[in-house]
Ligand binder design. Structure first.
Ligand code: SF4
Length: 803
C-alpha cells in the first residue's frame, strides 16, 4: 500500500500537468533548462520521501523506546508541569491572602484555611475567551497508537481473556494493559483494607492531595510547618513509569499487575493508566468504557479506535443503569446545609462568580427538596410526605415544575463537577489543586458533624458509610449532569416515600451509546447468548444514528456436537397438568406440586448437579415452603442434596464451593445420593458469570418464563418511549417485543451456563408450553433452537432424558 502511495506521489509530481512551467513547449527550451527542472523535481521528490521515512522511523523508535524503558522523559515532563502548577497556585493563594488581610475580622483566616477558598471558576464558554492553558496539556500528551479496547463484564472474564492472549502466538509481541478499579489494583495495604470502593477512592485521593501539600510545605522552609499527613508511598512517578514500561513489555493480567506493583513499589492503578497511549490492546471492564466521565478520567480515547464489547447480552441494561443517577431527600438536605455553612463562612472572600454559582446550587437544592414535598430547613427524617407514590416526568417538565428552567445547568454542572466531585483523573492534577478547597471544607464539616454532632446541620438519619465518606456535592453532581441531557433521551422519577429523607429523585437515561459509536472506527458487540439481537440493532445502534447498512451481523454455531445437548420444551407435567406459570396460575398448589413431581423424576435419573431456575426470589421461596410442607423436599433430598441461592453476594462463593464438593463426593462414593440440586433465580447471582460445567450442571431446568415486572415505572416509561419512537415489528408493538426480549435474554443467559466447553454435555428443560410459541421459540439461540424438541407429554420427554 505504501509503495503504491509513493508511486502515486511520484506520478503526481511528474511534470505532465498543463500549465506547469516545465511542461509547456519543452521543444522550444534549451536542454539545460529542461534538465535543471527535472533534477529539481527529482530532488524534491526524494526529499519528501526521506522526510516521510524519518517520520516513520521516529514513530517506530518511540515505540521501541517504550519497550526499552527509555521513556522517562514523559514522566519528567509531566512531573515538572505539575510542580510548576502547584507552585503557581500556592503563589496565587498567598497573594490573595495578603491583599485581603485586615479587611474584616472574618477575613482573618487561619493559615490552614487557605486551601478552602475556591479558585475562580470559569465555565468552558468563558474559558474559550481567555484560553491558552489547554495547549500546554496537549503538548504533554503522548500519542495514542491505534488500539483495540476489549471490554467484558467481570474481572474474571477479563483475566481469562488475558490468559488466552498470553497463550496465543501474539502473546509475545502485543502491548497489552489491563485496567481495573482501585479496589482491584491498589497495593497500599492500609487503603485496601478499607474494603468499600468509595472509601478506597476517597482515601487514595486524600493521600495524593497530602503529597502535594507536603511538597509545598517543604518549599516554605522557615514558615510554620503543618502537621505532616500520610501520603501513598506507591504514588511515585519514577516507580510508576518503571511499572508502566514493564506492563508494555510483557502481557500481564490484573493479579500479575498487582504483584508487580508490590515488587516495584509502584501503584498499578495509575501505572497501568500511563501505559494506555502506547498499548495496542487495552483490557477493561465495560462499565469503565461506557461511562464517559470515567473514561476520560482514565485517559481513554476512543477516536478512531476499535472497541470490542464481549459478554454484551446485558449491555443495554448496563448502559441504562450507568447513566441513571439517584439522590435522596436526605442527601439533598445535607448538601444544602453544608453548602450554606460554607457560603456563610467565606461569603466575603469568595469571588463574585463563585458566590453566584453557590447561591444557584442552594436554590436548586431547595427546589429539588420542594419537589419531594419537603423543606430544606427542616429535618428530612421528620418531614412526612403527604402524597406518596412514583411520578415520572420528562426533563423539561421537571425543570419547569421545579422552577429552575431559567438556570444554565451546563455551567452549573461544570462548577459542581470541578469543585464538588472526587479528583480521579490522572491528567487533572491541576484541577485537583483548585477544587480541593470546597471539597475539603465539606469533608471537614462532615467529619466534624460526625464527631461532635454539630448543631448547624439538620440531623440526617445515619446513611451508610459509603455516602458519608463522599462529598455531598458529589452526590448531586451525577444528577445535575443527567439533567443536561436532551429532553427526549431521559426521564426524571420522583419517588415520594414516607419521609422526605427516604424519598428520592432519580434520573433515567433511555439511550446512551451514540458517543462511543460516533468516535470509534469499529465497535464489535459480542456474546455467547446474544439472541434476540433486534434490541441491539434498534435500541443501541439505530438510536445512535448508525446507518443500518453499516451494521453487520454474524452468528456461528456452538463448538459442541449436536448430540451433547438435549433441549426440551415441556408442555404438560407427569399428571397431565398444563404447564403455564403466569402470575395468575403459578401460585396454585397443583402447579407447585407438578413442578415438584417433575423435579423428583429428573433427580432420579440425572447424575451430578441439577440447576433449577425460578423467575424470582419470592416465587422460589414460596415453592420451597410449599414443598417443605408437602414433604417433597424430603423425597428430593434422598437423591440430591438441596442448595438454595443465597441473597447476599458474599455468600455465593461458599454455597458454590459446598455444591461442587457435594457433587464430587457423591460421584466418588457412589450410593443412593447422586449429586446436588441447586435452586437458583433468573437474573440472580448465579445466572451469570458462573460456570456449571461438566458434573456441576448436567441438567438445567427453567420454571416458567421470567418476564420482567411490567409494573415498574421505569420499564413502563421505556415501553411507552419505544412505542412512540419505534415502528411495529411484524405486527407486534415494540414494547411487547421488549418484554419478550428481556425475558428470553434472561432465559438464554441462564441456560447457557451448563455448556462451557467442547466436551461438555447437558439437558435443558423449559417448563412452560408458551416457549413453543414461534415468537418465543425463535428467540432461543440458534444452536439450542436447532436441537430443541417440543414435548406435549411428560412420558416421552422423560424417556429422552433417560437415554
Ligand atoms: S496511589 Fe495507588 S496504591 Fe496508593 S492508595 Fe492510591 S490506588 Fe492505592
Amino acid at each position: 500500500k505504501k509503495r503504491q502511495e509513493e508511486a502515486r506521489l511520484l506520478e503526481g509530481l511528474s511534470p505532465a500537468e498543463p500549465g506547469h512551467p516545465g511542461s509547456t513547449d519543452t521543444a522550444g527550451e534549451p536542454d539545460w533548462v529542461t534538465a535543471f527542472v527535472q533534477r529539481k523535481e527529482e530532488r524534491d521528490k526524494v526529499d519528501r520521501l526521506k522526510e516521510e521515512q524519518i517520520r516513520r522511523k521516529k514513530r517506530e523508535d518511540r515505540l521501541e523506546k517504550i519497550r526499552n524503558n527509555v521513556q522517562l522523559k514523559y514522566a519528567a515532563k509531566r512531573k515538572r508541569s505539575e510542580e510548576e502548577e502547584t507552585k503557581r497556585l500556592l503563589q496565587l493563594s498567598k497573594e490573595a491572602l495578603s491583599q485581603g488581610a485586615g479587611d474584616d475580622v472574618l477575613d482573618q483566616l487561619d493559615h490552614n484555611e487557605e486551601e478552602l477558598i475556591l479558585a475562580e471558576y470559569e465555565s468552558d464558554e468563558e474559558k474559550k475567551v481567555v484560553s491558552g492553558l489547554e495547549e500546554d496539556d496537549d503538548d504533554l500528551e503522548e500519542e495514542h497508537v491505534t488500539k483495540i479496547y476489549y471490554c467484558s463484564r467481570t474481572h474474571s472474564q477479563l483475566s481469562q481473556f488475558v490468559r488466552e492472549v498470553q497463550k496465543s502466538p501474539f502473546g509475545k509481541d502485543t502491548r497489552l494493559v489491563s485496567l481495573g478499579s482501585r479496589q482491584n489494583l491498589c497495593v497500599n495495604e492500609e487503603v485496601r483494607r478499607l474494603g468499600a470502593l468509595q472509601l478506597i477512592n476517597d482515601r487514595c485521593m486524600e493521600m495524593q492531595k497530602n503529597k502535594h501539600e507536603k511538597k509545598s510545605d517543604e518549599e516554605n522552609e522557615g514558615k510554620k510547618r503543618r502537621v505532616s499527613r500520610a501520603v501513598c508511598p506507591f504514588y511515585s512517578y519514577e516507580q510508576m513509569q518503571f511499572l508502566r514500561d514493564e506492563v508494555l513489555v510483557e502481557v500481564k493480567d490484573i493479579e500479575q499487575l498487582v504483584s508487580l506493583g508490590r515488587e516495584t513499589k509502584a501503584c498499578p492503578y495509575y501505572g497501568s493508566r500511563y501505559a494506555i497511549p502506547a498499548a495496542q490492546l487495552v483490557v477493561l471492564p465495560y462499565q469503565m468504557l461506557l461511562h464517559e466521565p470515567t473514561r476520560s478520567a482514565a485517559g481513554i480515547k476512543l477516536k478512531d479506535q476499535v472497541v470490542i464489547i464481549d459478554e454484551a447480552h446485558n449491555l443495554i441494561d448496563t448502559i441504562t443503569c450507568i447513566h441513571s443517577a439517584e439522590v435522596s431527600g436526605s442527601q439533598l438536605c445535607c448538601a444544602h446545609s453544608q453548602l450554606s455553612q460554607y457560603m456563610e463562612r467565606y461569603r466575603k472572600r469568595l469571588k463574585a462568580k463563585n458566590l453566584m454559582y453557590i447561591k444557584q446550587i442552594l436554590y436548586l437544592l431547595e427546589r429539588f427538596v420542594a419537589m419531594l414535598g419537603g423543606n430544606v430547613n427542616q429535618n428530612p427524617g421528620c418531614q412526612t410526605v403527604s402524597q406518596t407514590g412514583t411520578v415520572l416526568k420528562s426533563i423539561n417538565d421537571f425543570l419547569f415544575q421545579s422552577q429552575i428552567d431559567n438556570i444554565n445547568l451546563f455551567k452549573l454542572f461544570g462548577f459542581v463537577e470541578r469543585y464538588g466531585g472526587p479528583a480521579t483523573a490522572v491528567k487533572n492534577n491541576k484541577e485537583n489543586q483548585k477544587m480541593a478547597g470546597l471539597q475539603n471544607f465539606l469533608l471537614t464539616l462532615q467529619q466534624g458533624s460526625d464527631k461532635e454532632g454539630t448543631p448547624q446541620s439538620p440531623p440526617v438519619e445515619a446513611e451508610n458509610d459509603q455516602l458519608r465518606a463522599a462529598s455531598p456535592l458529589m452526590q448531586i453532581e451525577g444528577f445535575l449532569s443527567a439533567l443536561t441531557n436532551a429532553n427526549q433521551d431521559g426521564r426524571v422519577i420522583l419517588n415520594r416515600q414516607g419521609t422526605v429523607g427516604q424519598s428520592s429523585l432519580k434520573f433515567l437515561l433511555l439511550v446512551h451509546f451514540a458517543k462511543v459509536v460516533e468516535e470509534c472506527r469499529a465497535v464489535i458487540i459480542a456474546g455467547g447468548t446474544m439472541q434476540p439481537v433486534a434490541d441491539f440493532r434498534e435500541q443501541l445502534l439505530s438510536c445512535a444514528g448508525v446507518d443500518p447498512a453499516r451494521v453487520l451481523e454474524f452468528s456461528c454455531g456452538h463448538v459442541i456436537p449436536p448430540e451433547n445437548i438435549l433441549p426440551i420444551i415441556l408442555c404438560n407435567g407427569p399428571s397431565n397438568q398444563q404447564l403455564e406459570f403466569t402470575y395468575q396460575t403459578r401460585d396454585l398448589p397443583q402447579m407447585m406440586d407438578e413442578t415438584g413431581r417433575i423435579l423428583c423424576n429428573l433427580c432420579n435419573v440425572i447424575p451430578g448437579g441439577v440447576v433449577c431456575f425460578f423467575p424470582s426470589y419470592e416465587y422460589e421461596k414460596q415453592v420451597y415452603a410449599h414443598w417443605e410442607k408437602t414433604g417433597l423436599l424430603t423425597r428430593l433430598a434422598t437423591k440430591k442434596k438441596i442448595f438454595q441461592e443465597p441473597k447476599k453476594a458474599n455468600q455465593v462463593e461458599q454455597v458454590l464451593v459446598e455444591y461442587a464438593k457435594c457433587i464430587k463426593r457423591c460421584s466418588q462414593a457412589g450410593g443412593q445420593m447422586t449429586g446436588a440440586l441447586l435452586l437458583s433465580v433468573v437474573g440472580g447471582k448465579m445466572s451469570e458469570g458462573i460456570n456449571f460445567s461438566d458434573d456441576l450442571g448436567r441438567c438445567v431446568i427453567m420454571v416458567g418464563m421470567p418476564y420482567p415486572n411490567i409494573k415498574s415505572p421505569e420499564l413502563q416509561e421505556k415501553m411507552a418511549w419505544l412505542d412512540k419512537t419505534m415502528p411495529r415489528a411484524a405486527g407486534q408493538a415494540p414494547s411487547r417485543v421488549l418484554i419478550e426480549n428481556l425475558c428470553m435474554k434472561a432465559v438464554n443467559q441462564s441456560i447457557g451456563r451448563a455448556i462451557r466447553h467442547q466436551k461438555d454435555f447437558a439437558s435443558i428443560l423449559l417448563l412452560d408450553h408458551r416457549y413453543a410459541r414461534p415468537a418465543i421459540f425463535n428467540k432461543l439461540p440458534q444452536w439450542i433452537r436447532e436441537r430443541t424438541q417440543v414435548k406435549p407429554a411428560f412420558g416421552s420427554a422423560f424417556a429422552e432424558l433417560r437415554k
